[in-house]
Design a protein around this ligand. Structure first.
Ligand code: PTJ
Length: 268
């Protein structure tokens, strides 16, 4: 079993290590799947390349997300193990201010994990959690994994579904069902990122708090203005900007041949 480590305050990568420890703790408590630790590693690698901050393209996608959530009829935030471990408090807060429902939806589904995730969401203040046990009685067509099981009061009838750290097929199927799918994924090349209606290429730990702030700011705007923001957003273009940013950043790093000094420069 992994020992708990004490992270020195001044460690240059303290925050990243704290997040890692959090995931390990939640892996041991049954919230995070073992593959969730691998998924986190992949995310960390992209975050490194993106400069571990919310970039301009991510901000643009967050603004379009806020406008979409504020004009939606029935939003559902789909929660898996990693999302619950890293952002349960912020997910509950976002659900409250946007009147969204929270549904547990797992790739590696087991009743033990459903219960562990429900517990931490309740501890974070959630009062209604969909998708637990037999309540996930509906099926998304053409999805082979356990992710196809959804709640008839939640994802099945939603017009907007927010999917942090998704794994592919389901996004495509949800879009085919006519839903708007908003992905939070550090990897702009993932199937989810490519198929979503809006892709926020950012770490969930930064993206959701920023989204909450922008929702609060846009709340007073007219329906017309919000619809304009949402409808003029172009996901392909914004993903392209995120990939350009990675390209520019890597080119500059390649010229310098060193990584650390470039951290001081602003390049978003
Ligand atoms: O809890 P379960 O059973 O539903 O399983 C969850 C995992 C994450 C294991 C499952 O959905 C999975 O296998 O996902 P993938 O295919 O590995 O995709 C996860 C995506 O999330 C990858 O593209 C990662 O780059 C990205 N990612 C990882 N950590 C973060 C992230 N994106 C945003 N914020 C993160 N912290």
């Amino acid at each position: 079993m992994t020992e708990e480590i004490k992270i020195p305050q001044k460690h240059p990568r303290a925050e990243s290590l704290r997040i890692r420890e959090k995931l390990i703790r939640h892996f041991k408590s049954g919230v995070v799947a073992s593959a969730g630790l691998i998924a986190h590693g992949r995310g960390e690698a992209f975050d490194y390349i993106l400069g571990e901050k919310t970039t301009q393209p991510a901000l643009k996608a967050i603004k379009a997300t806020a406008a979409t959530l504020l004009t939606a009829e029935h939003t559902v935030i789909s929660v898996n193990g990693n999302a619950a471990a890293l952002a349960s408090k912020d997910i509950v807060k976002l659900a409250k201010i946007t009147k969204a429902k929270i549904e547990v939806n797992l790739f590696y589904r087991s009743s033990e994990r459903e219960i562990s995730i429900k517990k931490i969401l309740e501890e974070a203040g959630a009062t209604e959690i969909l998708g637990i046990g037999e309540t996930a009685s509906a099926r998304i067509p053409e999805v082979g994994s356990e992710r196809r099981r959804v709640d008839p009061k939640g994802i099945l009838i939603a017009d907007v579904v927010l999917v942090p750290l998704e794994d592919g097929d389901r996004t495509e199927a949800l879009v085919r069902m006519g839903k708007k799918v908003i992905a939070i994924d550090l990897n702009p090349f993932s199937r989810t990122a490519q198929f979503a209606t809006i892709t926020i290429v950012d770490n969930i730990v930064r993206a959701i708090p920023t989204l909450i702030k922008i929702v609060s700011k846009l709340k007073t705007k007219s329906e017309k203005k919000l619809e304009h923001i949402a409808s003029t957003f172009d996901n392909k273009e914004t993903l392209g900007e995120a990939i350009h940013l990675i390209h520019r950043r890597l080119s500059r790093l390649a010229e310098k041949g060193v990584y650390l000094p470039i951290l001081e420069e602003d390049e978003s």
